[in-house]
Design a protein around this ligand. Sequence first.
Ligand code: OOG
Ligand code: MG
Length: 256
Amino acid sequence: MSTLVEFARIVDEAARTASAIPQLTETHPALSAEEAYAVQALSVARRRTRGEKRAGYKMGLTSRAKMQQVGVSEVIWGRLTDAMRVEEGGELSRARFVHPRAEPEIAFIMRRPLEGRVTAAEALAAVEAVSPAIEIIDSRYKDFRFALPDVIADNSSSSGFLLGAWYRPETDVANLGLLVEVDGQVVQVGSSAAILGHPLRSLVAAARLIAAAGERLEPGDIVLAGGATAAHALSPGQFVRAEFEGLGSVSFTVVS
Ligand code: OOG
Ligand code: MG
């Protein structure tokens, strides 16, 4: 247990001070995914002690593009706090991160609790609204390289998120075309269908996976369904905009 507490301190400090660390599995190759989730919970608890509030969850590696980019092919999840929220249309400070990347996502906000094994219809009935979103991910590991337990312990690279306009839960988000532009140049194109075939499946998976940690989705929680395309590396001066078919766009400017 004390090793897990120490790992939680290490990943939390790396995130807090934006400094790269070696992979935990370099020295502890036997670290399991289950232990890594315990590290994640402990590290997020440290954030909570500093005053950060629960904001929901993020799903990760729910698309092939994302799995291929990082070389890990298992769906993972992490926790969101209010401090990770970046204002839509606002500025993102590059200095707060090690090597940030942006990816287009779909977000759900919950109206009712959702827990354990549920159907897609049950999941949808628990949704208050859907929105286009951008996730800012930032692995705290050197060179953005990690094994499955490393990334889980590092809160699944969670570091920021922006939400666009909210739409009714019935809005069809199954297969929406989307693109990411940097300074007006298209850098990624894709579809929301890349997210497990339908973003709602990611919400179903979220309910099931977080139940394993004894948690459930609560009213007001935000759930990011996972990147629909590979993530794009950010540097100061860039204007980043993601556009979603029928849902408008989400944008921000990277400053130093
Ligand atoms: C892991 C987090 C993956 C997603 O949307 O697939 C993720 C990473 O790519 O560093 O957030
Ligand atoms: Mg993501």
